[in-house]
Write a protein that binds this ligand. Structure first.
Ligand code: SF4
Ligand code: SF4
Length: 317
């Protein structure tokens, strides 16, 4: 725990409970699904490593979210026909642990959609290099984006989070992706270390330049710096009045334009969640189909406030 976290006031557990009203009795903000533009698939929570602050608690043993299958992905893509879907995201765990990931990517690309894969670019991806290279040859780099998690531009800081040697292995994976001509994006952490955002971006820029990695560190999409996620730290609840006060539209929040499909271990079928950030909170499980999951989402989780409304994080493009 950082000094900043120790000093931060803790969240009153009575907050974020009622989907209709806040603790003060004010109407809670809700977000309607405008148009489904991004569909996420969680391919399963298994990961080759176990990072200290993994928001979904992935590890080589956590299979709370089971491997999705190609047939399930097809079923949801079929259901999304006719919607203005632009992008299909794959997250985990480490998506390349799922033995059907590459056929899933092929399925999405063949339908003319853009693919975004979140990966640590380590050993699981390495095993699929030939197949990935073949996908690139068939479909080109514009619609095939790999976003690699590199928590910090400094090897020691990154390895503190992800284990000794992780930085070197991920960097080697990034260099391969860049050399082969994939569209490569990077995800870092804005609050990791005490440096400000400008210093973090400068550090990443120097690293990319030193290794011939063509990522523009000044571009907030190409290098996405995510705020820290601490659900126990105090944060204001979001009311219907907040949008006007903040000058922010509900349509700018991820759950206004996306959903995520998961399959819980032992569950007979996949389920659709409001977003990628709340995989284990049953209040954000909206149904078994995209149609069922098209209902409004009440923002009654601290992440809704800190990460989406106040933090300004964009989890997609
Ligand atoms: S690599 Fe990603 S999914 Fe795996 S443990 Fe680390 S943060 Fe979690
Ligand atoms: S954390 Fe809350 S506000 Fe953000 S996308 Fe998920 S449900 Fe919506």
């Amino acid at each position: 725990m950082s000094i900043r976290q120790q000093e931060a006031p803790r969240l009153d557990p009575r907050k974020f409970q009622d989907p209709e009203v806040t603790l003060k009795g004010e109407p809670r903000a809700k977000v309607a699904l405008g148009a489904l533009r991004t569909l996420w698939f969680n391919t399963g929570t298994l990961c080759n490593i176990a990072c200290a602050h993994c928001y979904i608690e992935s590890s080589p043993r956590n299979d709370a979210l089971a491997y999705l299958t190609l047939d399930e992905v097809r079923r949801f893509l079929d259901e999304a026909r006719g919607q203005p879907l632009e992008e299909v995201g794959f997250t985990g765990g480490e998506p390349f642990m799922n033995p059907e990931l590459v056929p899933m990517l092929e399925e999405v690309l063949a339908r003319g959609l853009r693919v975004l894969v979140l990966t640590n670019a380590m050993q699981p991806l390495r095993r699929h290099r030939a197949a990935l290279r073949a996908l690139l040859d068939r479909h080109g780099p514009e619609r095939l984006i790999l976003r690699v998690s590199l928590d910090h531009h400094d090897a020691a800081a990154h390895d503190l989070e992800r284990g000794a040697g992780s930085f070197a292995r991920t960097l080697e994976g990034m260099r391969w992706l860049a050399r082969e001509g994939f569209t490569l994006h990077v995800a870092g952490r804005a609050g990791f270390g005490q440096a400000g955002e400008a210093a973090m971006r400068a550090g990443y820029a120097a690293l990319f330049a030193a290794h011939g990695i063509a990522v523009d560190a000044a571009d907030p999409v190409a290098l996405m710096l995510f705020p820290e996620m601490d659900a126990g730290r105090d944060v204001p609840e979001i009311t219907t009045a907040c949008w006007g006060i903040l000058g922010k539209s509900p349509q700018s929040v991820m759950c206004a334009s996306s959903r995520m499909v998961v399959r819980r271990k032992g569950a007979p079928r996949a389920a659709v969640l409001a977003c990628t950030l709340l995989a284990y909170d049953p209040r954000f499980e909206l149904g078994a189909t995209l149609a069922e999951a098209a209902r409004p989402v009440a923002l009654n989780h601290p992440h809704c406030a800190r990460f989406c409304v106040l933090g300004g994080a964009a989890c997609s493009r």
